[in-house]
Write a protein of this length. Structure first.
Length: 81
């Protein structure tokens, strides 16, 4: 079986539009919310549009959550599940 090479040319405007879309933002926020459910109380999910793309973040907002995050890196571990 021979492998054929395929050239893919991205539409820069289309990629830029996708990276700034409300649909992608909603997906990222939902993924962050799923991860935060494993963390318990004291964490907050936010979604925002940066300079070039949409973002979602999970923040430790209580003293207990912050201490747990600093000691155990719990947010990263929750995202890997």
């Amino acid at each position: 079986m021979s492998m054929q090479k395929i050239k893919v040319e991205l539409n820069s405007a289309g990629v830029r539009e996708m990276l700034r879309s409300d649909e992608l933002k909603a997906h990222l926020v939902e993924r962050a919310e799923q991860a935060s459910r494993n963390l318990g109380e004291g964490y907050e999910v936010t979604g925002y549009t940066g300079r070039g793309r949409v973002n979602a973040s999970i923040l430790a907002v209580s003293d207990e959550a912050l201490a747990d995050q600093l000691e155990n890196n719990t947010i990263l571990k929750a995202l890997k599940r």
